[in-house]
Design a protein around this ligand. Structure first.
Ligand SMILES: Cc1ncc(COP(=O)(O)O)c(C=O)c1O
Length: 351
């Protein structure tokens, strides 16, 4: 029973359910990177002086903002650095829901954290169904869009892995009355030309978010970035915790940018393993949604249920992700891409 001292919206809230974190198993359930971050990160960690932890970190990560600005080809004023992109998404709900457009929204299915963040902030939630055909097709008519102050577009989408083309994203930016936040957590696996960064740097109402958790292989360090118009970035700066990104993570993120060529090479390797795994599953009769991310959205062949396959794999110490509570997702599994030997083990273990 919820405490009577809780705010009603919090007492009602069904919290976000993260994928299981368990050691000693093959983890293909939270889209982590099976390879380590670049050697520059290990070197920076080895050189880190514990004494430096006495001091607070840079409050707004200005050194990192400059480094990301150089990385993305923009100004530091276009960049905000957060404690994982999840922090940025939470701040976006708080910042971009003015009285004229008080709601937050997204297509469905998508990253299931978005509605939780809205409900946690007592912000009305709107959603519109995606086409159920493995494309990333969304409806022309979007009733209620006028009330939406912030619209989350995961691109590539999670959990489906599908990618919307830049011109489709640009059309959506025209249509959304508030801020279009393009969550590019998986963009490094999507190939060239897929990003909405040019849109974020040319329009007043588009933000692109990135994370070092996926291709960057630093999910444990928690580092996310937003790029957009300086006035939107200012909204984040007003709301963030005083020292939102810890000192060690700031150092490691800087080192990761120095080793970015290695990150790119690893992402390419994972994309190759993804395509090989997709072909192998399709050959076994699975329905495989074309993916541009580091995971596959798949439906077992007739006669097997997603839950049954999930359980059979778990019994062999292989964790994948199943979202059983939503009719749009319960017949599928989301399988993160590991090393090629991990995927061979998965394929051999399938019931
Ligand atoms: C679409 C999407 N956005 C953001 C995140 C979270 O990223 P971070 O680790 O930077 O908080 C995830 C994590 O799974 C995700 O799937």
């Amino acid at each position: 029973m919820a405490s009577p001292f809780l705010r009603e919206s919090v007492a009602r809230l069904s919290p976000y359910v993260p994928g299981l974190q368990r050691s000693g198993v093959l983890k293909l359930n939270t889209n982590e990177n099976p390879y380590p971050p670049p050697a520059t990160v290990a070197a920076a960690l080895a050189a880190f002086d514990a004494e430096a932890l006495r001091l607070y970190p840079e409050p707004s990560c200005d050194t990192l903002r400059e480094a990301f600005a150089a990385h993305f080809g923009c100004a530091a004023e276009n960049v905000f650095v957060g404690n994982g992109s999840d922090e940025i998404l939470r701040l976006a709900v708080q910042a971009f829901t003015p009285a004229a457009h008080p709601a937050a929204g997204a297509f469905h299915p998508t990253y299931s954290l978005y509605p939780v963040l809205a409900r946690a902030a007592d912000v009305p939630w709107k959603q519109w169904e995606l086409a159920d055909d493995g494309s990333y097709g969304w409806p022309e008519e979007m009733p209620g869009l006028g009330e939406t102050g912030v619209f989350f577009l995961a691109n590539p989408n999670a959990p489906t892995g599908t990618l919307a083309a830049p011109d489709a994203v640009a059309r959506l930016a025209e249509k959304v009355p508030g801020v279009l936040l393009v969550d590019e957590a998986y963009i490094d696996f999507a190939g060239p030309g897929a990003t909405a960064l040019p849109l974020a740097l040319s329009r007043k109402n588009v933000i692109v978010t990135r994370t070092l958790s996926k291709a960057g292989a630093m999910a444990g360090a928690r580092l996310g970035v937003a790029v957009g118009d300086p006035e939107l970035i200012d909204g984040f700066l007003r709301l963030k915790d005083s020292y939102n990104v810890n000192r060690l993570t700031q150092v490691l993120a800087l080192a990761e940018l120095e080793g970015w060529a290695e990150v790119r090479a690893t992402a390419g390797k994972i994309a190759t393993t993804r395509d090989e795994t997709a072909a192998a599953l399709a050959a076994k009769g699975w329905e495989v949604t074309p993916s541009r991310a580091n995971f596959l959205w798949v439906k077992p062949p007739a006669g097997r249920t997603a839950k049954g396959v999930y359980d059979a794999l778990a019994a062999k110490d292989i964790l994948v992700r199943h979202f059983p509570d939503d009719p749009q997702t319960r017949d599928h599994l989301r399988i993160s891409i590991g090393k090629s030997e991990d995927m061979e083990r998965l394929l051999a273990a399938l019931p």
